[in-house]
Design a protein around this ligand. Structure first.
Ligand code: SF4
Length: 348
């Protein structure tokens, strides 16, 4: 019997996921289906299925995209050769990479140009890690957070850089940083870390929940790196923690001894799934929001899409006088439109 539920703030959609979901929603509104998307737009089962139902085809190889079809590249960032192949093949290419991932790509290129050996802490096989490593494969070594650095032997120990996937656990990053600094005292690295604001804020919030809750439920998909990091952070803080995609995955046995349950969500999980979990828990004393910070980050739509939508709006205004020229259009109004509302449009 659950007495109380604590709901973390912030949780769920980050600015990069907001931007990517809204961008793909525009693609399905503007183009006839199918619209192609290289890799899952964001790592969430529910979101991917919702887009598939309105004609988005997710591919893992650009050669699967028919010549001349519209294609979007996912929020996790793509290898340079994938971007080039997409531009060769598709009529319209919109790259929905999160600007915070792009920042790490730039840093990889900058350090490689200066002939540094780069240690990149991330997860083998994750889309973000694959795209980042591909920026300078001859200069970069991918290590998992718990890998030993013993076998890393740079050409010049005075020219080593340490970079990271944006969604690691903060404790994992700090442990690698400590080892790397002990071995290479002059190592070049980000002033804080490459972990993004959304990752660190959600981890801080789940740590706060873990101080008070008997059980933590993290809503998000197995493929979501930041979701899995939230489970590890909660466990490390002493709570029993489980990842679930939806409320249907709650094992009633988990609730036997749980009077206070904390609920949060990875950066790609829609908020309605969180509230379905709260409803399923049916706390006898209700729920409480536990907030650690406010988030106001906003990432505009990808530049190619902004250009495309603006041109479309101009054409409509010029040809049919549907709108008064000079009125605000979808690009200008994007900030007031949320990914949740975009998903309601395609999945009412
Ligand atoms: S989790 Fe961070 S890096 Fe990833 S899309 Fe969101 S804001 Fe960008």
């Amino acid at each position: 019997m659950v007495d109380r539920v604590l709901v973390a703030e912030p949780r769920g959609f980050c600015a990069g996921v907001e931007m990517a979901i809204k961008a793909l929603t525009w693609m399905v509104r503007v183009f006839e289906p199918p619209v192609y998307c290289y890799h899952e737009i964001v790592h969430n089962e529910w979101v991917v299925r919702a887009f598939e139902q309105v004609g988005v085809v997710f591919v893992n190889d650009i050669s699967e995209v028919p010549e001349g079809a519209p294609v979007m590249l996912s929020a996790h960032g793509s290898a340079p050769e994938v971007v080039a192949a997409a531009r060769d093949r598709a009529a319209v290419v919109i790259d929905a990479v999160c600007p915070l991932v792009t920042k790490v790509h730039h840093e990889v290129k900058r350090m490689a140009d200066r002939d540094y050996d780069i240690l990149y802490v991330g997860h083998h096989g994750h889309d973000e890690a694959i795209g980042t490593v591909a920026e300078a494969p001859d200069h970069i070594r991918l290590v998992e957070p718990d890998d030993s650095l013993a076998e890393f032997t740079p050409g010049d120990p005075g020219r080593v850089a340490l970079l990271a996937q944006t969604t690691l656990g903060m404790h994992e990053w700090e442990a690698v940083l400590e080892h790397a600094r002990a071995r290479f005292p002059g190592i070049a690295t980000a002033r804080k870390s490459d972990l993004c604001y959304a990752t660190t804020n959600r981890q801080e919030a789940v740590r706060r929940l873990a101080e008070q809750a008997d059980l933590i439920l993290v809503v998000g998909s197995e493929t979501s790196s930041n979701t899995r990091a939230l489970v590890r952070v909660a466990s490390r803080a002493g709570a029993t923690a489980h990842r679930i995609d939806t409320a249907a995955e709650i094992d009633p046995g988990w609730l036997d001894e749980a009077s206070v349950v904390g609920v949060t969500a990875g950066a790609s999980a829609p908020d309605h799934l969180v509230w379905e979990v709260v409803e399923r828990l049916a706390p006898s004393e209700g729920f409480e929001l536990v907030s650690v910070t406010d988030e106001a980050e906003y990432f505009p739509l990808p530049p190619e899409l902004r250009g495309f939508l603006s041109a479309l709006q101009l054409a409509v205004e010029a040809g049919f006088c549907v709108k008064t020229p000079g009125n605000r259009g979808p690009v200008q109004d994007d900030r007031s439109w949320t990914a949740t509302r975009a998903l309601e449009l395609i999945h009412p």
